[in-house]
Design a protein around this ligand. Structure first.
Ligand code: FAD
Length: 540
């Protein structure tokens, strides 16, 4: 996914220690009235979004200093890593969501939730404008909320690259609704293709499932679909077995570009065995109701491929409401909303942003890295001591993503100059949740810190300007489920494990990461149900 240009040195855990607050601290405004008695009135904190960033922030906020107002078009949190499993009924939709009101129940702060979408942010008058998703009568649909402090955690939208026909004809996989629609469409195809009126050629078209995008979501979906088809549907629809075709289209040179080459190779081999047709160098130029047109990047040849269902999974882009807000605060030229390293939105007071909707901007990267290296020998020592070996895969990641117009040579040069390790901050749940935790810790501590002008070591020379530690991301690895109870896992340092044991680890990690005991129990029992009875193919 796109435009996260940010590069962060990984020399500490997320969050970490905090010192004190000086006048120009990014959290200065949080301290006034921190006791909740700012002239008898608590500060009004508005949180936009209940995804990974917003929910982790709310879960970890432990101060009563605010009246909290949460706005989101979904009154629940979605555990997105299990969305591909919902598309084939391995887990049920309700097992991976948790009502936000459950999550914020019994918190020390007052909280109100509004099921609505924010369509405008006015940083001058400190207001957010919202619209209910209920389609109420005229005058009842829209409302405005004032804020003292705003936290934007609205995620991102699907990036269609303005490809004609994608919005109208392709499926997405961002929300629970998308996963449910996809599940219904798969069964639709099987039932339609079973009708006696359908010609052979039409059957072939209907039974062709196309996935666009060879990133982790596209690959996982293709693998899940293959498992569903071969393990459950093949015996229920024996006459359609030979018509089934799954194609994965990827514009770049290989699938899973952010993973180690071993993982990419294994995935390619596995998909070949499973007869999933992987077409790299294929750029989709148009989608109609029955055909998907691709351009071969090497030959320039255009081919129209008939399909039954197409999933579009090519990354994310900025939401229109954020783009409009960026214009207002002087960030019009940027591809993603920029915050400083304390997650405070640049060019705007009292507004913080986290997760997929924002990116930390450290200015000139080369200068940043050089600066760190020159000023802080202890950082250099840390980096040298903990030498990570994932530089190559980081570069592959950057190269594989056409949206990240990173000057690889400049990056290499900068890195060799400073002899340090870097990591890109990817748009993942891991990043969003660590940021949510970090920001909540800052809010919790803001009022309790004593003045300590020297601040953390990094800023001592500049007069202790920012006494809170900046956000620092700690990468704990990434999974790529590849179907057939096999997965690949890549830990920091490019330590890779592939196979059935990794799939076991995947089950353990994801069960443990589910946000409540209710969802843990539901998901684990779904897995048992699936192992015992298979997946449900009812056309609901
Ligand atoms: P989101 O989680 O997308 O939350 C955005 C929130 O904003 C939502 O509640 C939404 O309803 C709300 N919102 C939207 N519009 C508005 C509006 N106008 N006003 C108010 N609120 C609004 N990451 C991993 O680390 N590991 C994985 O295995 C993984 N698997 C994934 C699988 C899939 C299928 C997908 C789609 C993503 C996956 N990710 C994974 C990525 C991860 O889900 C995102 O990076 C993460 O959700 C980003 O968190 P966020 O809070 O920024 O945004």
């Amino acid at each position: 996914t796109p435009s996260k240009l940010l590069i962060v040195l990984t020399f500490g855990a997320a969050g970490g220690a905090f010192l004190a607050i000086s006048d120009d601290s990014p959290f200065r405004s949080l301290t006034a009235g921190e006791s909740g008695n700012d002239g008898g009135k608590k500060k009004k904190l508005v949180v936009l979004g209940t995804g990974w960033g917003g929910t982790t922030f709310l879960k970890n906020l432990k101060t009563s200093a605010y009246d909290v107002h949460v706005v989101s078009p979904h009154n629940y949190f979605t555990f997105t890593p299990l969305l591909p499993s919902v598309t084939n009924g391995t887990v049920e939709a309700r097992s991976i969501v948790e009502p936000i009101r459950n999550i914020v129940r019994n918190k020390p702060y007052n909280v109100e939730f509004k099921e609505a979408e924010c369509y405008r942010i006015d940083p001058v008058n400190k207001k957010v404008y919202c619209r209910s998703i209920q389609n109420l009568g005229h005058g009842e649909n829209e409302f405005a909320l004032d804020y003292d402090v705003l936290v934007i955690a609205m995620g991102a939208r699907v990036n269609t690259f303005n490809t004609p026909g994608v919005e109208e004809h392709a499926h997405f996989l961002k929300e629970v609704d998308d996963a449910q629609k996809l599940r219904r469409s798969i069964i639709d195809c099987y039932e339609r293709a079973s009708l006696p009126t359908i010609s052979d050629e039409e059957k072939k078209r209907i039974m062709h499932f196309v996935v666009v995008g060879g990133g982790p979501t596209g690959v996982e979906y293709a693998a899940e679909l293959h498992d569903f088809a071969s393990q459950d549907l093949a015996s229920l629809y024996p006459s359609l077995k030979d018509y089934l075709k799954i194609t994965l289209l990827e514009a770049g040179n290989h699938i899973l570009p952010m993973f180690h080459k071993k993982v990419t190779d294994f995935a390619n081999e596995k998909f070949q065995k499973d007869q999933i047709d992987v077409k790299t160098g294929s750029m989709v130029v148009k989608v109609s109701d029955k055909d998907i047109s691709t351009k071969n990047r090497a030959t320039g040849q255009i081919e129209a491929i008939p399909y039954g269902v197409v999933l579009w999974s090519t990354g994310i882009a900025t939401r229109p409401v954020i783009a409009e807000f960026m214009e207002k605060i002087g960030q019009a030229g940027k591809r993603v909303m920029a915050t400083d390293e304390w997650l405070k939105v640049q060019g705007c007071d009292d507004v913080y942003a986290l997760g997929d909707c924002a990116s930390i901007d450290v200015g000139d990267f080369k200068e940043f890295v050089k600066d760190i290296y020159e000023r802080y020998p202890q950082v250099r020592k840390y980096l040298e001591k903990n030498k990570l070996k994932n530089f190559e895969s980081l570069l592959r990641n950057a190269q594989g993503d056409s949206q990240k117009k990173i000057d690889i040579e400049a990056l290499k040069k900068a890195l060799s100059e400073v002899d340090s390790q870097v990591s890109f901050l990817p748009p993942t749940a891991q990043v969003a949740s660590q940021q949510g935790k970090y920001l909540a810790a800052c809010f919790n501590k803001a009022g309790r810190c004593e003045m300590k002008p020297e601040g953390p070591f990094r800023f001592q020379e500049s007069g202790g300007r920012y006494p809170f530690h900046p956000f620092s991301y700690k990468h704990s690895g990434q999974f790529a489920p590849l179907g057939g109870e096999q997965a690949a896992v890549q830990f920091p340092g490019d330590w890779v494990s592939i196979g059935h044991a990794s799939q076991g680890l995947w089950y353990t990690v994801y069960a443990s990461k589910l946000v409540t005991w209710r969802t843990k129990v539901l998901v684990v029992s779904d897995w048992f149900r699936r192992f015992t009875f298979g997946r449900d193919s009812s056309h609901l």
